[in-house]
Design a protein around this ligand. Structure first.
Ligand code: ZN
Length: 240
């Protein structure tokens, strides 16, 4: 099964580990969470999960803040079944799971006992892997590593097409610019690492690229660390 690149992982409040942060920083995964929980707004996790079933009592926001449409907020075909599996008294658990499913997440990281206790049933229903951030650390790392090669192969095909059509330059970045974080003083670098930036990645189209390459004619190519590595590989391959 082909996932989005980078693979989306749903991260519940209290489940954000330093390993997950590192994976995201490296561009291997994209963390998402349910955007309307109280106290769940974390700068490290994008509030981009698609809303599940709309019920005002579940939402920690106003209609104006919400944007979106009623269509986006309908529960998936699995919401009824999810609500049967998890404790009905905690409706938020079901909404989180349904939201992760609707967003296309490959994994769901949680410290919630009720969800972990029903992991087999839920994994089978939603085709989403469920992990505890600490207890299942090794399995989670393996899962992330195993998903990468397949996605990388897809991305390299895309990079070759982008180079062929001229969207991506064939050459390494020729212009030198001061790098504000990595090169203090008078040293110069041709690439600025920092961000994430608002513009989507030139290679995968997902938000949050951390690297900017500056070219002649004011062209700027913004890419994720992982996407940049693959692009370098393609450039090296094409030069042979
Ligand atoms: Zn990218």
């Amino acid at each position: 099964m082909a996932h989005d690149w980078p693979m989306k992982i749903y991260c519940e409040p209290g489940a954000l580990s330093k390993e997950l942060r590192a994976h995201q920083h490296a561009g291997r995964i994209k963390l998402v969470h349910f955007p309307y929980d109280p106290d769940s707004r974390s700068r490290a996790v994008a509030p981009s999960a698609v809303l599940s079933d709309a019920q005002w009592r579940d939402l920690n926001t106003t209609w104006e803040e919400l944007g979106g449409t009623w269509e986006d907020m309908k529960g998936s075909e699995h919401l009824t079944e999810i609500s049967r599996i998890v404790d009905p008294s905690n409706r938020r658990d079901a909404l989180h799971l349904d939201s992760a499913y609707k967003t296309g997440c490959a994994a769901f990281v949680t410290v919630d006992r009720d969800i972990l206790d029903h992991r087999d049933e839920l994994e089978q229903l939603l085709s989403i892997r469920i992990f505890h951030p600490e207890l299942d650390k090794t399995e989670l790392d393996r899962f992330i590593a195993a998903a990468a090669p397949l996605a990388a192969a897809e991305l390299r095909t895309r990079i070759r097409k982008l180079i062929a059509s001229g969207v991506l330059p064939k050459d390494p970045p020729p212009i030198t610019r001061p790098g504000p974080t990595s090169t203090p003083g008078t040293r110069r670098s041709k690439t600025v690492v920092g961000g994430p930036h608002q513009e989507p990645c030139a290679i995968c189209g997902e938000p949050g690229p951390q690297i900017q390459h500056f070219y002649i004619a004011a062209q700027v190519v913004r890419v994720h660390g992982a996407c940049d590595t693959l692009w370098q590989l393609e450039r090296a391959h094409g030069a042979i």
